[in-house]
Design a protein around this ligand. Structure first.
Ligand SMILES: [Ca+2]
Ligand SMILES: [Ca+2]
Ligand SMILES: [Ca+2]
Length: 437
């Protein structure tokens, strides 16, 4: 018999733990309307402000915004050193960036932090990734869904983020952009991230054996060693790195040092994937540099350190680099070095199956209503971050017998299985309990 309600509280033991602080989370519901955007300063938006595209709401989109911007200032009550900005980005319909039709179309999407540009991306609907994409919204021309994940140094306790586009022609029925799933994260407190991979940093031991690539893992010099590069990794080249036996985590942080070699144009990009999903897309045009460092005679943009943060739970992952250019590897190419991966597990994680299998859900702070996230099955495993404990109270109002879970258990059984599930409002009856269902 259930005895009252069970309340659960997450308590911090000691000070040796990090926390991931969510500064902002917006536009994550399946559907929302212009009210969701009311705290942003919008310029160049018209009509409904939001659209429904591919069954979900986006801010902006066809007939709403071409050249325009959305800007917001964020405040924290602690000092910042850096922030991570993550969101889905849609480039709808007839984007033309780069040298097309005999003139530079100059259509870009940009992210600015405190007025300084920190990211820029273009696309071209007549070729490659954009052309091959499906139609999501607006005109019947293909639309690109990509993702932005950038780490930006920020000091102080407030900062302003601006997302903007300059689109040649400025007609939102012909070319437009939109976003959804917008997050700003920062680390707070001590760092308890675990580095699981650190490689391709030492020229005398440049071990590429963990990688698979379309260019047979050829290495070039720029002047330090890079995987890929001149005459190796041109249009359509790819390289993958499988990660296995990852410890429990809810975030992957991937950093890579990128080398854009020779005549990379505005409509060329390098796309980074984790488990088949785009985590980021980046470009550096040759004319942004004045130095020819390697490859052919064009200037090169070398030593670009990128950091991507990805919500991620499973014990394996596949990272992929794809070279989205359109010319030969002796004309424009891409290479990289200094690859590292760390995992963070700042908050408890629950698992649908034993041994960290099946669906996973991470939560910080209040215990969530799992029904709202569509979770109905019993919990078979729980991860508790080091330095934390979860307190489960048998009676309501944090009263009665207490049960403390201070250790991860990836195969919950018996009383602990029952209490954890009841704490999350999941009914596991005695028969199910005995069968551990
Ligand atoms: Ca379209
Ligand atoms: Ca090109
Ligand atoms: Ca060069």
């Amino acid at each position: 018999m259930q005895k009252g309600y069970i309340f659960i509280a997450l308590i911090l033991l000691g000070f040796a733990s990090a926390n991931f602080y969510e500064i902002d989370k917006e536009f994550t519901l399946s559907t929302f309307d212009s009210r969701a955007v009311s705290s942003w300063n919008l310029v160049g938006f018209q009509n409904s402000v939001t659209n429904v595209c591919g069954g979900v709401s986006v801010v902006g989109g066809p007939n709403v915004v071409a050249t325009g911007s959305m800007t917001k200032t964020f405040n924290t009550d602690f000092d910042l050193t850096s922030i991570n900005i993550l969101f889905d980005l849609y480039l709808f319909d007839q984007w033309l960036s780069g040298w097309e039709g005999g003139r530079d179309q100059q259509s870009y999407f940009k992210v600015l932090v405190n007025g300084k540009q920190v990211h820029q991306l273009g696309s071209d609907y007549t070729r490659q990734l954009h052309k091959d994409a499906s139609n999501i919204c607006g005109q019947t021309t293909p639309d690109r869904q990509t993702h932005v994940s950038i780490q930006v140094p920020v000091t102080g306790r407030n900062f302003t983020v601006s997302l903007q586009a300059n689109i040649a022609g400025n007609n939102p029925s012909l070319a437009s952009w939109g976003i959804r799933g917008f997050y700003i994260l920062t680390s707070y407190g001590a760092n308890n991230a675990k580095t699981v991979v650190s490689e391709l940093s030492n020229d005398s031991q440049f071990d590429v054996s963990n990688w698979t690539s379309s260019f047979k893992n050829a290495v070039s010099s720029c002047p330090n060693k890079i995987l890929g590069g001149y005459k190796n990794a041109g249009s359509g080249a790819w390289a993958t790195r499988k990660l296995t036996n990852l410890p429990p985590h809810s975030f992957l942080t991937i950093s890579i040092n990128a080398f854009f070699v020779d005549s990379i144009d505005t409509n060329d990009s390098i796309v980074f994937y984790v488990d088949g999903k785009i985590v980021h897309e980046e470009t550096r045009q040759y004319f942004l540099s004045s130095q020819n460092i390697c490859g052919a005679g064009w200037a090169d943009n070398v030593n670009n350190k990128f950091v991507f943060q990805v919500p991620h739970f499973t014990s394996t992952a596949e990272f992929k680099v794809y070279v989205n250019t359109d010319q030969g590897s002796d004309d424009e190419s891409f290479g990289f070095r200094d690859f590292s991966v760390s995992v963070d597990s700042p908050c408890p994680i629950i698992y649908e199956e034993a041994n960290q299998q099946g669906r996973a859900f991470s939560f910080c702070g209040d215990i969530p209503n799992l029904k709202l996230v569509g979770w109905t099955k019993p919990i078979k495993g729980i991860y508790v971050p080091e330095g934390y404990a979860i307190k489960v109270y048998v009676d309501s109002q944090f009263k009665g017998k207490r049960f403390k879970v201070s250790k991860s258990n990836f195969n919950l059984t018996g009383q602990e299985y029952k209490l954890i599930n009841r704490a999350f409002n999941i009914d596991v009856n005695e028969t199910k309990l005995r069968r551990n269902e």
